[in-house]
Design a protein around this ligand. Sequence first.
Ligand SMILES: [Zn+2]
Length: 54
Amino acid sequence: MKKCKQCGSTMKEDAWEEIHLMDDHMIVDSFLAWVCEKQCGYYEKMNGDIQDAN
Ligand SMILES: [Zn+2]
């Protein structure tokens, strides 16, 4: 089980997005990430090689 490095809670697999504000436009970057269940703000981006946990 993956643990949050910030608060120690369990992390879950989730869709996540980062919004980058540019001078005249914004970029929304969507990806799969490990996200802290306590929503403390910590997450880890997955690197594309997603394994099926079944
Ligand atoms: Zn956390």
